[in-house]
Design a protein around this ligand. Sequence first.
Ligand code: 2U9
Length: 342
Amino acid sequence: MGNFLEKVQQAGREAAASIQAAAAPTDVEALRVKYLGRKGVLRDLLSEMGALPASEKPSAGQAVNQLKNEITQLIEAAQKRVEAAAKPAAKAGPRLDVSLPGRMPRRGYRNLIKQTMDRFVDVFGRMGFEVASGPEVELVRYNFEALNIPMEHAARDAFDTFYFTGDVVLRSHTSPAQAREMEKRQPPVRIIVPGAVYRPDTVDARHHFMFHQVEGLYVDEGVTMADLKYCMLLFAREFIRPDVKVRFRPDFFPFTEPSVELDISCAVCAGKGCSVCGQKGWVEVAGAGMVDPNVFKAVGYDYEKYTGFAFGFGVERMAMMKYGIDDIRLFAENDMRFLEQF
Ligand code: 2U9
């Protein structure tokens, strides 16, 4: 066996040396026939292999196959090389030096925000949520009125962002995309919308005028707050870790009633209290609630028949928690020293 493998290796060395030295197309062709032809070296090795004990055949076969692949590649490379060399040089300009190493292309990768949103899509996708999307330059009607935030409502202040005209605004949440989706189809609807949103917030370590959300919506007959809580628990177990706990605290959003803040037990200190959770043992990660019937009314759903829950996560906030990032501004500065760490 040792002898056979030795022989395969020897054949490989000889083949590599002679193929790389070949200068003319006819030389390469002759070497191709010598090694890969019907009466070639590889054929001989295969027939010799027949005499080996059965237990040694698999590894011997593997070695011969590998040799075949290597020689095929060498021959192909040599064919290209000698063909290029045989072509007459261009009339003007420098000759092409094929031996110059190429420029290494920079390897791309997903931005941390995209990676985090993709994880949301993966976990909610496995719970049956489809991904929907909508425009970032949005009609005021979808950004506000359809979501039960009328002109005179005090809640509008927190979302009033960058206006193009009186009717067109940069969306302040991804919810308008969900209102558009509801207009297109009847329940059951089970969707999430990842994307960028814009807010009139003063920029500091925790706030930015542009950030990302993953919002979700589930509408059908008989959907309850218990469904919402279990959905959030399953999500947190998958996304954070299996032993995580969740809790709801009452809150207010114009588009949900009742509304809650979703807390998860701190994954850093397991709920005991640390600097990440401000000694509370809990971290606020999302808002959620039962969709306000006025939202159903705005999109033409029968609000006597259907109920639904909705939730919204801040993507930067989740990434900050996971990676211990202490300043949201880092995400928008395009500093490669920060981005390349993930
Ligand atoms: C429709 C109706 C209701 C989505 C919801 C929240 C609560 C929420 C926050 C998360 C962090 C904002 O980015 S954040 O600061 N989101 O608190 N979002 S309920 O409710 C919807 C969505 C779509 C049609």
